[in-house]
Design a protein around this ligand. Structure first.
Ligand SMILES: [Ca+2]
Ligand SMILES: [Ca+2]
Length: 138
């Protein structure tokens, strides 16, 4: 027998309660802000009390694979052995709206991203000299 409604809800009410797990900041849309949310929680584990107390972020929402740890690499150090990572899943969900090298998640790839990736702060070069970077943050 096909189920046409969830007990206590009409189908339209149940549909309205559906959510997209990639909307990790729960603002109703999946954007680069969700990727940034996952990114700044990489390395945390929502079952670790110190990690949970270290942020106001919802670590359960940022952990997309349901394996406790929030990861950003699919192999090697920092990976969880699943062959995927939370950030990679977010990246796939965003597609072309998250560009390679967009380290500050503003939709542009420029010197601002270099500063983020290098962990430094330098003045913007206004001399007209071109800086060509090929960066991949993930
Ligand atoms: Ca969102
Ligand atoms: Ca950027």
């Amino acid at each position: 027998m096909a189920q046409t409604a969830i007990l206590g809800f009409t189908q339209s009410q149940a549909d309205a309660k559906k959510f997209n797990k990639f909307d990790v900041n729960n603002d109703g849309v999946v954007t680069r802000a969700d990727a940034q949310y996952v990114d700044h929680n990489v390395g945390k584990n929502y079952t670790n009390l110190n990690d949970a107390l270290s942020t106001n972020d919802d670590l359960v929402a940022a952990e997309l694979q349901d394996n406790n740890s929030i990861t950003h690499t699919i192999t090697g150090p920092g990976s969880d052995g699943t062959g995927d990572s939370d950030f990679h899943m977010m990246r796939v969900a965003l597609g072309a709206s998250l560009r390679d090298g967009d380290g500050n998640f503003d939709g542009q790839v420029n010197t601002g991203d270099f500063n983020v990736l290098a962990g430094i702060s330098i003045p913007v070069d206004t001399s007209g000299a071109k800086v060509i970077l090929t960066l991949t943050a993930w």
